[in-house]
Design a protein around this ligand. Structure first.
Ligand SMILES: Nc1ncnc2c1ncn2[C@@H]1O[C@H](COP(=O)(O)OP(=O)(O)OP(=O)(O)O)[C@@H](O)[C@H]1O
Ligand SMILES: [Mg+2]
Length: 272
């Protein structure tokens, strides 16, 4: 259940309603780590009456040319036959199905556009791309090329992008910037996930989280566990750190309490 995102949900509803009416829309949801981008992606994915084509960036595959596009379009590769010959050949070559010269970026973008438009012509379609900041460059070029060119197709494209340095650029696309939850929603989320905090503890978590849902949940539960164990202050006095760093600090504290073997296993999993 999403708290405090009624306006954002309404915006997504509007994008989907326009798409269903044949007015293509693209939307980029931007915000810091833990602010609730994926939660809104899930909300969109649950919309009734649309075909959802889902993909996303994977940090460990960010260097694999066309990896993300392949993941997205894999279920529909049997449709390549219906594409104009040069587009179909370009996409097949990009995916290593046929020998070909180095991928022609224009043709791959055009093929992505045609294929998704064909799907949308059958049934209104929502393309959902989470963690777009980790798309490999070839895939993001093709997807942004397509997203900018849909016109009167019953299709919506939603990208979720974590703010990174350097930023993942999405020129020409509508942006929905996520800020912290409004204070009533932040309080409700904290009280739901970490009930029973002391008054100073609750106030401090609300202040430090700045409405970031992940921070509310993680700092709130860490604080509750510490209060139960009789420690007043589980998260070190770290001063005005950005919220994401604070959450990392909280994870670090939790990880430090694990047995050595478990920590090694976590390290191996993270490195993988
Ligand atoms: N509006 C909300 N109401 C209640 N819980 C929420 C809300 N938004 C996010 N959450 C919860 O907060 C946590 C972090 O949210 P989410 O994973 O969507 O963040 P994110 O922006 O996708 O982060 P990242 O950049 O790491 O991918 C999740 O457990 C999610 O369920
Ligand atoms: Mg996410």
């Amino acid at each position: 259940m999403l708290l405090g995102r009624a306006a954002e949900q309404a915006e997504i509803d509007g994008v989907l309603a326009d798409a269903a009416a044949g007015i293509s829309r693209s939307l980029v949801i931007r915000g810091e780590a833990g602010i609730g981008k994926s939660a809104l992606v899930e909300y969109a994915a649950a919309a009734p009456g649309v075909r959802v084509v889902r993909g996303g960036g994977v940090e460990s595959e960010a260097e694999l040319a066309f990896g993300a596009l392949h993941l997205l379009l894999y279920p529909y590769l049997d449709r390549l036959e219906g594409l104009p010959g040069p587009q179909s050949a370009a996409l097949r070559a990009a995916f290593g199905q046929i020998e070909g010269p180095e991928a022609n970026r224009f043709l791959v973008g055009a093929a992505t556009l045609t294929l998704l438009a064909e799907l949308a012509a059958e049934t209104p379609t929502l393309v959902l791309i989470d963690d777009a900041q980790w798309l490999d460059r070839s895939s993001s070029d093709a997807l942004l090329f397509a997203a900018r060119r849909f016109h009167a197709d019953p299709i919506a494209v939603i990208f979720a992008v974590r703010e990174t340095v350097p930023p993942f650029m999405t020129p020409g696309l509508e942006t929905l910037r996520l800020d912290g939850l409004p204070s009533a929603a932040a309080t409700a989320l904290l009280d739901e996930r970490a009930p029973g905090l002391t008054v100073p503890g609750r106030t401090r978590v609300l202040t430090e989280s700045a409405g970031n849902p992940l921070a509310l949940i993680e700092l709130g539960t860490a604080r509750r566990d510490a209060e139960r164990a009789g420690h007043a202050d589980p998260v070190h006095e770290v001063g005005p750190l950005p919220v994401a760093r604070r959450v990392q600090e909280s994870f670090r504290t939790q990880i430090a309490g694990l047995p050595a073997g478990t920590r090694t296993l976590l390290l191996v999993a993270a490195a993988d």
